[in-house]
Design a protein around this ligand. Structure first.
Ligand SMILES: [Zn+2]
Ligand SMILES: [Zn+2]
Length: 155
């Protein structure tokens, strides 16, 4: 999903910039009309342009919303042995458990899910305040205090 989401986000940003630029040109033109125009007419025209621009910008959110639907294709019932490892994560006075799974036949542990984004991570970092587990993209540098997207969402 990440690739699709990024490409949609890029197109949204591009369209947003295009609309803002287009209306900025129209607004500049309306402010300094070539023919003599009554000031009230200029004000009315500007108001109309701003409203039109805002409507187009707010339409973007609906136009570029990503809708994901999942449908089960088949159901398979199987019993498999797994090893569940429980890690106790501590930071200052806070602690939380992290269960990591090693499925039968797998050569590495299942990567735990990031609390800040839809990714998974092999090298998790913890946020300072609530011990959210974060991926390398959410915490690109191990230096300093990480800005936690999971804490930001819950605020
Ligand atoms: Zn993340
Ligand atoms: Zn956090």
């Amino acid at each position: 999903m990440a690739e699709i989401r990024d490409s949609v986000a890029r197109r949204l940003t591009r369209d947003h910039a295009r609309i803002v630029e287009y209306f900025a040109a129209l607004i500049a033109e309306a402010r300094t009309p070539r023919r003599t125009t009554a000031p009230e007419a200029i004000v009315a025209k500007l108001g109309q342009l701003v409203a039109e621009r805002d409507a187009k910008v707010s339409d973007l959110a609906t136009r570029y919303a990503v809708r994901v639907s999942l449908a089960p294709a088949a159901v398979v019932c199987a019993t498999a042995r797994t090893v569940n490892l429980t890690f106790r994560l501590r930071r200052r006075k806070a602690a939380r458990d992290l269960v990591v799974r090693l499925p039968a036949g797998a050569r590495s542990l299942d990567r735990p899910a990031c609390d800040g984004c839809p990714a998974t991570t092999a090298r998790p970092a913890l946020c300072d305040d609530r011990l959210h587990l974060l991926c390398e993209q959410c915490v690109p540098s191990a230096q300093g205090r990480p800005r936690c997207p999971a804490c930001a969402q819950s605020r």
